[in-house]
Design a protein around this ligand. Sequence first.
Ligand SMILES: O=C([O-])CC(=O)C(=O)O
Length: 207
Amino acid sequence: METTTIQERLIALPTTAISDATGGHTNLHASIKPLSDHFKIAGRALTVRLPDGENGAVLEAISKAQKGDILVIDAKGNTNRAVAGDFVISLAKGVGVQGFVVDGVIRDIAAIRELDFPVFSLGTTVAAGNKHGGGVLGVPVSVGGVTVNPGDFIIGDIDGVVVVPQEDVDQIADAAEAKVAKDEAREKEALANGEESIRAYLAKVVK
Ligand SMILES: O=C([O-])CC(=O)C(=O)O
């Protein structure tokens, strides 16, 4: 029998159900948004901490990434200097990086949309990042108000980005799958038969 991997389970789950399962404590701030609505990512974090306005260490992270890794980049919320443009994103895509989650901004948006590479960021800018060095990889980072440790699981979609600490991931996936099943049952009950079933449902839950 084929076994389902944790990555397959997470990618099939909406971030909303994972947020319900985690209690919302590890949801990134809503200002970190996908560049395109259809982006969906689930995988392990390769963390990058950048000095303000720098982006040199992003190339080092790309060179060290395993296939499927998500680069989680702490850019200190800087919105003036891009952590990546279409060239850097092409390199990441070419070596199998799954996506970028950035507490900062990117540039060359039209070309990155064409690459169809999932970027979640604070937005865009025109200016390149400085390349004086000084970034670090594989350390705990703060992104969107949440601490992300190397190897934590990151799940992102149109609703936002959620972090699941690696030691909790099986339990959170179980709870999120149970929540999806519960929501489906509720929807079936309430919406199966138009206004009649809606009123019956409301009569049951409104005290
Ligand atoms: O080189 C940079 O800093 C970002 C950039 O423009 C690219 O990746 O195309």
